[in-house]
Design a protein around this ligand. Structure first.
Ligand code: 6PG
Length: 508
């Protein structure tokens, strides 16, 4: 092909000029609009498109006015206005809408163009899209985007994964618009295929865990301590200056201080205690079960939302199922009570993040992904919903040892949990005594005690399985003998009545 023709084909067919768009974005809902404005502020030219075209006009005439933002009225116009390789971000509802837009884009795209899905997509969908587009020569990137409206506008946490060939072409834009933590961007390459969305899913699971722990702390302060909302707000304000310093603690403080302008009483107490969920926490818990990884805290956080949602049944049960009375002297030393609770929250949080990283480690093994743990911790350090000072310590732990087997093996965290232990146990003893539900706090402590147990009662469990179903067991090496051989699956005729045939051995 002659060169003139080649250059001519790169011109925008409508304006007959070189396209100037650095990146295209489809979906002008809150996240999309704010991400566009963020990218424009960083010197990029963004081409904006929305299915309802009037939204494009409105955006261009208002929020986008005077900025390096081009409105596109069709998919073709969007594509024609982009430099090559074209980079297009989809910020549309996860699921069918993503596939539909990919279908619409494909006829206009060329080899090596890049499609980025920035929605909360389920990672198996991203695995599939990555493969399908790879076969068509298009690079697919599934990117977690966290931080809500404010994050999208001024610096989100971005977790891109998929076709690594795309990374050099999007790195500059992504790292420029992302949040910064100590000057470092909260965005790096996560790994192949659906790894970016996988890591976002775990982020959301951890978000569920953090929110549940904080809600339990509020309940304990209120029901056992008898604190007012203002006093609880003060406790959160104080915690936000220490090891728990984080976005979620900060917004909880503000929520507790917020009074309904209509009557000046706390608005929080007027909100129906029935939690919603869009499913990302559930996906994390299901994946943990699939991979056989004990991510108990996120599991409990999801179930706690489920229990909250059966409000009518709980109201009926509250009238017939008794529990202990919370006496006025339940808390004698308020300072100690608050300090213990802070330690309980901190220790439980350490367990939750340790479990989250256990899951990521297992997924990397199972799916054959090479994941960058220090980068993941850094991506969560700023911009996202779980951002906290605490994540700086996790980043440091993984930088010191990227292959760290478990966060609890890092000295900083093992020392922290050792120090927090007594307050943690006292808090759970108190909530158990007074009948306050603490599924997240309690499961964290049970996990800790299980994880640090060299011996668990699973020997009895194995014996039971073999007794009723000839499912076999192995013996401890120190007790191996001629009748109980080492490293072999053994079946015992426990009653003398059953046969000697054992069941097949496999782990689901
Ligand atoms: C984020 C959030 C966000 C999520 C909301 C609501 O990182 O910005 O995780 O992606 O959609 O937190 O989730 P639920 O409705 O499931 O609570």
């Amino acid at each position: 092909m002659n060169r003139i023709k080649q250059i001519a084909s790169h011109l925008n067919p409508i304006t007959n000029t070189q396209p100037s768009g650095d990146i295209g974005l489809i979906g002008l809902a809150v996240m999309g609009q704010n991400l566009i404005l963020n990218a424009a502020d960083h010197g990029f030219t963004v081409v904006a498109y929305n299915r309802t075209v009037s939204k494009v006009d409105h955006f261009i005439e208002n929020e986008a006015k005077g900025k390096s933002i081009i409105g596109a009225k069709s998919i073709q116009e969007l594509v024609d206005n982009l430099k090559r390789p074209r980079r297009i971000i989809l910020l549309v509802k996860a699921g069918a809408a993503v596939d539909a837009f990919i279908e619409q884009l494909l006829p206009y795209l060329e080899k090596d163009d890049i499609i980025i899905d920035g929605g909360n997509s389920h990672y198996p969908d991203s695995n599939r899209r990555y493969e399908e587009l790879k076969s068509k020569g298009i690079h697919f990137v599934g990117s977690g985007v966290s931080g809500g409206e404010e994050g999208a506008r001024y610096g989100p946490s971005l977790m891109p994964g998929g076709a690594e060939e795309a990374w050099p072409h999007i790195k500059d834009i992504f790292q420029s618009i992302a949040a910064k933590s100590d000057g470092e961007p909260c965005c790096d390459w996560v790994g192949p295929a659906g790894a970016g969305h996988y890591v976002k899913m775990v982020h959301n699971g951890i978000e569920y865990g953090d929110m549940q722990l904080i809600s339990e702390a509020y309940d304990i302060l209120k029901r056992i301590g008898g604190f007012t909302n203002k006093e609880i707000g003060d406790v959160f304000a104080q915690w936000n200056k220490g090891v728990l310093d984080s976005f979620l603690i900060e917004i909880t403080r503000d929520i507790l201080y917020y009074n309904d302008p209509a009557d000046g009483t706390p608005l929080l107490e007027k909100i129906l205690d029935s939690a919603g969920q869009k499913g990302t926490g559930k996906w994390t818990a299901i994946n943990a079960l699939d991979l056989g990884t004990p991510v108990t805290l996120i599991g409990e956080a999801v179930f706690a939302r489920c229990l909250s949602s059966i409000k009518d049944e709980r109201v009926a049960a509250s009238k017939i199922l008794p529990g202990p009375e919370i006496t006025k002297d339940a808390v004698t030393d308020r300072k100690q009570f608050v300090d213990d609770l802070e330690q309980a929250l901190y220790a439980s949080k350490i367990i939750s993040y340790a479990q989250g990283f256990m899951l990521i480690r297992e997924a990397a093994k199972e799916y054959g992904w090479k994941l960058n743990n220090p980068a993941i911790a850094l991506m969560w350090r700023g911009g996202c919903i779980i951002r906290s000072v605490f994540l700086a310590e996790i980043t440091a732990a993984y930088r010191e040892n990227p292959d760290l087997e478990n966060l609890l093996f890092n000295k900083f965290f093992s020392d922290a949990i050792t120090k927090a232990q007594s307050g943690w146990r006292s808090t759970i003893a108190l909530t158990t005594k007074y009948g306050i539900p603490t599924p997240a706090f309690s499961t964290a402590l049970s996990f800790y005690d299980g994880y640090r147990s060299a011996k668990l009662p699973a020997n009895l469990l194995q014996a039971q399985r073999d007794y009723f179903g000839a499912h076999t067991f192995k013996v401890l090496p120190e007790f191996a003998s001629e009748t109980l051989p080492k490293d072999q699956y053994i079946h015992i005729n426990w009653t003398g009545r059953g046969g000697d045939v054992s069941a097949t051995t496999y782990d689901a």
